[in-house]
Design a protein around this ligand. Structure first.
Ligand SMILES: O=P(O)(O)OC[C@H]1O[C@](O)(CO)[C@@H](O)[C@@H]1O
Length: 479
């Protein structure tokens, strides 16, 4: 039996599109907008970047580009595993942080019922999903108190296996399971998702005989949503993970060209780069569809960790990186829009627009004699939110504010898979344009090392000394 995502016509009808009209001077004026010539001037750089990306892919360095192909079989295994096991559990808990959590949250919010955890009928026999993504004691304690451990599966996800937040969550959950259910229960209540050969988590998983899924070494955390990192929890909550991968594969085909005007990932990389160079480093992602709210959070890590860099590839200090900001339409029209409309000309707003919502809901009617309220009654919420997006887009454009729109025909696993791939490839091309390594994150290490030192991790005594001898705070500056 063939799936709809194998049908060429259906795939074309589900293609997500990038509308960059409002990045150009004919729409927003010559002071802030670009010309086609500005874009064309970067074609040569993009062609070189495209070549470099292809070579890196062939050398096995850009694992995220291989996933739509290499993970087809793995997705089948994950799906079978999830189908065979998910009805045994009421709760599925992801223990992870950053790239080991945000993709899981984004997929769940995008594709399942907004109140999935609260509505049994929306879950279709699948477990509730919890992704604490933090080590706040109040939040974790509350979650652990809520869970019936007998009916809970934890997926501990850490590529490095040494992330303090994740491993402390694991230690606590593991101790709770041992205390409640006994030593032998650990392998029935934990899955590990980690690097195959390196790190501490794989050692623990082997010792405990825990079912393990692997994160390819050439896929960094923030690029790992289409590895078992994101696929296992998604399969447990009933998402069609093969369709997610099919969407990514489709976008990889769309983007398999160095022609700027045919490749949405490269065109957007260029426009965002031009904007940043031009004093507009604030990159706002603003979905007008609540289901895509956490996708903007996923994008924030992708863009920030990949592009915020101190040095270029030659080691010159460059301190580059646009600042990704997440917003939500229509909610943030009542919080951020004032700033976007009248504040500094330092932003590009990327709207996410959805043509067809899963539901249509009519606005109630009444109060026909009260002007300012009665006009709403003839409409649907679909019309309201879509009109608000288009109205905000026009208002920004009238104010000469750079903006563009990613259009989803609908939010489904196929379009979401496309979106992930589109932005991952855009990030890789951005790395080429900035001439930086978009795949490391040295800047997050220093803070981690101080924390290791203070918490007594072996090998980090010097960091503790440095921490303890930090300059004293001036009390007069603490009010
Ligand atoms: O999967 P790990 O190794 O626990 O890392 C979690 C996150 O920590 C970071 O290394 C630093 O924030 C991210 O790049 C990564 O997604």
């Amino acid at each position: 039996m063939s799936n709809q995502y194998q049908d060429a016509e259906w795939k074309e009808s589900m293609r997500i599109r990038l509308d960059v009209n409002n990045m150009f001077e004919d729409k927003i004026g010559a002071e802030h907008g670009y010309t086609k010539e500005d874009v064309d001037a970067l074609q040569e750089k993009v062609t070189k970047g495209h070549q470099a990306i292809k070579e890196a892919k062939e050398a096995g360095e850009l694992g995220f580009m291989e996933l739509p192909e290499t993970h087809k079989e793995i997705a089948k295994e994950i799906k079978e595993f999830a189908e065979a096991n998910r009805e045994k559990y009421d709760n599925f808990v992801v223990l992870g942080i950053g790239g080991s959590a945000l993709g899981n949250i984004a997929v769940q919010t995008a594709l399942n019922d907004p109140y999935y955890n609260l509505k049994k009928e929306a879950r279709n026999g699948c477990p509730r999903l919890f992704v604490p993504d933090n080590v706040d004691p109040t939040r974790l304690k509350s979650l652990l108190d809520e869970l019936d451990l007998e009916k809970t599966m934890f997926n501990v996800i850490s590529k490095s296996g040494t992330t303090a937040e994740t491993m402390s969550q694991f230690l606590t959950a593991q101790a709770a399971v041992v205390e409640d259910l006994g030593e032998d229960a650990v392998s029935d209540h934990f899955i590990a998702t980690t690097s195959k050969d390196s790190g501490k988590l794989i050692k623990i998983a082997k010792e405990e005989a825990i079912k393990t899924f692997y994160i390819p070494d050439n896929v960094g955390g923030r690029f790992s949503v289409l590895t078992p990192v994101g696929l296992v929890s998604s399969a447990f909550v009933g998402v069609d993970i093969e369709e997610l991968l099919a969407g990514a594969e489709y976008m990889a085909q769309v983007c398999d060209t160095d022609d700027l005007w045919a490749n949405p990932a490269y065109l957007n990389a260029v426009l965002q780069y031009l904007a940043d160079q031009d004093g507009k480093p604030m990159s706002v992602m603003m979905p007008y569809n609540h289901a895509l709210k956490d996708v903007a959070d996923w994008y924030r890590q992708l863009w920030a960790e990949s592009l915020g860099k101190e040095v270029d590839r030659e080691g010159n200090v460059v301190n580059v990186g646009p600042t990704p900001i997440k917003a939500l339409g229509a909610t943030d029209q009542h919080s951020q829009a004032q700033l976007y409309m009248e504040g500094p000309y330092d932003k590009v707003v990327t709207f996410l627009e959805v043509e067809n919502f899963k539901e249509e809901l009519e606005i109630g009617s009444g109060y026909e004699d009260i002007e300012g309220v009665s006009y709403l009654g003839n409409h649907t919420f679909n019309k309201l939110i879509t009109t608000e997006k288009k109205a905000t887009e026009l208002a920004l454009t009238k104010q000469n504010r750079l903006n563009c729109t990613v259009i989803f025909p609908e939010v489904n696993a196929f379009t979401l898979g496309q979106f992930f791939y589109l932005f991952e490839l855009q990030t890789a091309m951005s790395g080429e344009l900035y001439n930086i390594n978009a795949f490391n994150q040295p800047g997050v290490e220093l803070g981690k090392k101080y924390a290791y030192g203070v918490l007594g991790r072996e090998g980090f005594a010097e960091m503790k000394e440095e921490f303890d001898s930090r300059p004293a705070k001036d009390d007069s500056l603490i009010l």
